[in-house]
Design a protein around this ligand. Structure first.
Ligand code: SF4
Length: 472
């Protein structure tokens, strides 16, 4: 397809990454104007939206939660699943109506979806009312694009990979917990995954820049940080430095933030050093999300996951032994092409062996451009749905059992906000990442408190405040 004004979305992988200062353009051109932002997808996108908010607020915009009130609408999109596309295009239909009523409304779409060449082309041809289209590598250009907005569609989806930008002005969603990006992109190329195509090759931030950000968050009083990356334990492999994720984690722990988490880990990169660092530092939380994806070594090979069922179980047991009380959750995909009943049974067997604390489970959905999308998918949807149902029943039974073990115990909980479960309730998380709804602790939002656990369900615990233990 010939698109003369569009920089093609295909990524080059030979570009040397540069470490640059962010373009924190400040202007009062949009003073008193309002922005509405909607975020789809993973934590990475949620954190990108904090960067986008910083860019918008530097231009004078202030946030509104009312779509009708907005002068600019930003959709930060996800490309992981087909239905994510449908949701975004559905929402763009609403935006089109608003634009008819307010022709000055600026509509922007960014994130992973426009990074796909076919989506960027579609937006150009069928959605001309969208003013600005920007890829995951172009967030840093958004401020400039908004200032130059002249009612003609601008598309910036770089043909080369993004640099690493430092000193960004984030508008963080929380004053209690914060995301800290430690790397961008992924080099694993699991055969079903679009991420290496939409987010590009792995680019780690330098350790000194990450530590500076963490120290700053500590000074601002944050009680919990989560180190973020598509594959955090591959951190540093792309840098010509001596350090790796274990070194980074240890240095972050020494800064003294009360709670440190990280997401997501790939079993293939999980080292003994990492396990030791987690075991030895009390402020690194005993919670690990360790995606399994399938319990069949045959399917794992087709997925390009680089480990076998046996290797996964060995790692799982090693972590459980070295870190007492650790909770482990996972991701599992059912219905991958060529998954037989026997393969699926192997997945159930691994679940029965590992007895996970919880799992995100999915039916496989092919993503255009990935190697797996070329494998003929012969499994009927009904079979996939039945497998998902059976898997969820099993996972939920183990989640409930684990949660019931907390009844009658006292747990340290970081209280985050009002709970949806009742007027006098607040919610927070244990060290092991269990959601707890707590009675009568409204004054404790933003604090670490001791909670006596009174009841357990598959997805949450109930509790009562016991003794106040730490204050910020
Ligand atoms: S590790 Fe695999 S599944 Fe995870 S982001 Fe990278 S390619 Fe995707």
């Amino acid at each position: 397809m010939n698109l003369p004004n569009m920089k093609q979305a295909r990524l080059r992988t030979d570009k040397k990454v540069e470490f640059l200062d962010a373009n924190n353009i400040k202007s009062d051109k949009f003073k008193n104007k309002k922005y509405f932002i909607r975020t789809y997808g993973c934590q990475m996108n949620v954190h990108d939206s904090e960067e986008i908010k910083g860019i918008l607020e530097n231009l004078g915009f202030r946030e509104t939660t009312s779509l009708e009130e907005a002068d600019i609408i930003v959709l930060n999109t996800c490309a992981i699943r087909e239905n994510a596309h449908d949701k975004v295009f559905g929402f763009l239909g609403r935006c089109k109506h608003l634009k008819k009523e307010n022709p000055n409304l600026i509509i922007c779409i960014g994130g992973c979806m426009p990074q796909e060449e076919s989506v960027a082309s579609l937006l150009k041809e069928k959605y001309p009312f969208v003013n600005i289209v920007f890829g995951t590598h172009n967030i840093n250009d958004l401020g400039k694009m908004i200032l130059e907005e002249n009612k003609k569609q601008q598309i910036e989806v770089y043909s080369i990979e993004g640099n690493v930008y430092e000193h960004m002005d984030y508008v963080r969603d929380s004053k209690i917990t914060a995301w800290v990006n430690i790397m961008y992109g992924c080099d694993k190329f699991c055969t079903y995954c679009i991420v290496p195509f939409t987010r590009g090759k792995q680019r780690s931030r330098k350790m000194e820049d990450i530590l500076r950000e963490v120290k700053d968050l500590k000074e601002k009083g944050y009680l919990e940080i989560t180190l973020l990356g598509q594959n955090v334990n591959a951190y540093g492999k792309d840098l010509e430095e001596e350090y790796d994720f274990a070194t980074l984690l240890e240095n972050v722990a020494k800064i003294g933030i009360p709670r440190i988490r990280f997401v997501t880990s790939h079993p293939w990169d999980f080292t003994d050093e990492m396990i030791n660092v987690i075991a030895e530092h009390k402020n690194i939380m005993p919670y690990i999300h360790l995606p399994l994806q399938s319990g069949s070594s045959k399917i794992l090979k087709l997925m390009g996951r680089r480990y076998t069922k046996e290797e996964y179980i060995t790692l799982y047991n090693k972590i459980k032994k070295r870190i007492p009380g650790v909770s482990i959750t996972t991701d599992i995909i059912v219905g991958f092409p060529n998954e037989t009943d026997e393969d699926f049974k192997e997945t159930l067997d691994v679940v029965n062996t590992c007895k996970f604390d919880g799992a995100f489970t999915f039916i496989y959905s092919p993503r255009e451009g990935t190697p797996a999308s070329k494998i003929k998918d012969t499994i009927p949807m009904e079979v996939k749905e039945n497998r998902l149902h059976e898997l969820n029943e099993l996972i939920n039974s183990y989640s409930l059992k684990h949660n019931q073990e907390y009844i009658g115990k006292t747990e340290e909980v970081l209280v985050l906000g009002p709970s949806e479960k009742g007027e006098n309730k607040v919610y927070g998380y244990t060290k092991t990442m269990k959601l707890v709804n707590i009675d009568d602790a409204k004054d404790d939002i933003g604090k670490l408190i001791n909670v006596y656990i009174t009841d357990a369900k598959s997805f949450s615990l109930d509790g009562k405040k016991e003794v106040f233990i730490k204050n910020n």
